[in-house]
Design a protein around this ligand. Sequence first.
Ligand SMILES: Cc1cc2nc3c(=O)[nH]c(=O)nc-3n(C[C@H](O)[C@H](O)[C@H](O)COP(=O)(O)OP(=O)(O)OC[C@H]3O[C@@H](n4cnc5c(N)ncnc54)[C@H](O)[C@@H]3O)c2cc1C
Length: 457
Amino acid sequence: MNDFETLAARVDGTVIRPGDDGYDGERVGYQLAGPHRPELIVAAVSASDVRAAVEYAGAHGLPVAVQATGHGMPADATGGLLISTRRMTGLSVDAGSRTAWVEAGVRWAEVVQEAARHGLAPLNGSYPGVGAVSYTLGGGVGLLARRYGNAADRVRRVEVVTADAALRTVTPDTDPDLFWALRGGRGNFGVVTGMEIELVPVDTIYGGGLYFDTDLAAEALRTFREWSAGVPDEMTSSIALMPFPDVPQIPEVFRGRHVAHIRIAYAGDPAEGERLVAPLRALGPRLIDTVETMPYAKSATIHNEPDQPMAYRSSHVLLNELSAESVQAVLDLTGPGAPERAIVEVRHLGGALAAAPAIPSAVGHRGAQYLIGVLTKLEPSETPGAPEPVHGAFADVMKPWATGGRHLNFLFGDNATEEQVRAAYEPEDYRRLAELKAVYDPRDMFRLTHHIRPAAS
Ligand SMILES: Cc1cc2nc3c(=O)[nH]c(=O)nc-3n(C[C@H](O)[C@H](O)[C@H](O)COP(=O)(O)OP(=O)(O)OC[C@H]3O[C@@H](n4cnc5c(N)ncnc54)[C@H](O)[C@@H]3O)c2cc1C
């Protein structure tokens, strides 16, 4: 048997090469712009498969990429070995210790439902189809973020296959450096096969979406700016301004309109939540208003993001405050009636996100109060193509207010450059990550990711 046949015989999952059935289905995830073109895919079903794949890659000098659902891949990774984890779906909840064991391919939707059976909730994000492990390794700014903080800070144990193909159980006691680096450093230190995460005692929230029509959209953003600066940590919220084309595929209520969608997740007394939301409702009539007391199991309806894979480009900056001038600048660039068409999203950070974690992690820029970004849809293609002007213009107009930092989880596709990845960390943390990369991945096997280069020895 040659090495390839040995690998194929060793894994319980599937080994796929270009031209084989299932190659495209396995490599293409949610983000359709610039999917990976690996020379080999191991569709893993277990940690043992992941070990075999990493060992093979090491022996053949291949870089390794990892993909769960493909929402957050950097663009255009060519060659190498792709480990697809989507079949690693083991999930269990321990209600007594308020924890869940989550394998690498589990999506938030499953964790939310399983945790809800015990009156608990994970620190999941806005979209239920995103992989729980990748999201958490990137920091994880969730629906309850201002109340409970970064998802990465609530990890208790990680199982990871490192570049030497060893399967390690990593805790703050066994490997404090690696435990720190994995939580925030994401795919740079190995392939995480599963992790134990904390759950929080939330079964009901006051939440949903307020949708305002074109004539109120700019005012909704201005009001959100003032309102969000004064809300308590139990309130996590965001706003999106979305220009909808006038085409039959769009629901009639949104068709041809520039809609403002304010998203609310209040983890406290519903009556207080209703009182807090009142100034937003006072803006005027809503196209749709779904904000009410809801089981957390229905929290995916808050952002109500589309579940069709698509090609997109996004860019964002972090802000220490959301000034009236910065809001006006973004409205002038791409608000209702402005020349550029893009989705604008503002997420309110701060609260518990800013607190020092019980066990330090590599997650950066905890002091940022807002994340503001623009997103444009692209034509699905093998290469993302030239950046549209709105992204460059957005970076320019936000310069006076931007901190210079980025959030790793919001660097997708062709925006996930090494420079942008570096900007996701505090400078001293980035140096430490690069030094640890040289220890745990000296040959830079895990480079087809949000890449941190090993420090030169
Ligand atoms: C619609 C949408 C909504 C989102 N909402 C939020 C949100 O509310 N909050 C938030 O914080 N983020 C959010 N994100 C960002 C999202 O959390 C990240 O993009 C996340 O990485 C996506 O998970 P995935 O399973 O699709 O990862 P993939 O795209 O499959 O992988 C992304 C990267 O993660 C690494 N990776 C994946 N699996 C492993 C593993 N097992 N071990 C080591 N590294 C691994 C790889 O290096 C890979 O390049 C959103 C993204 C989208 C598209």
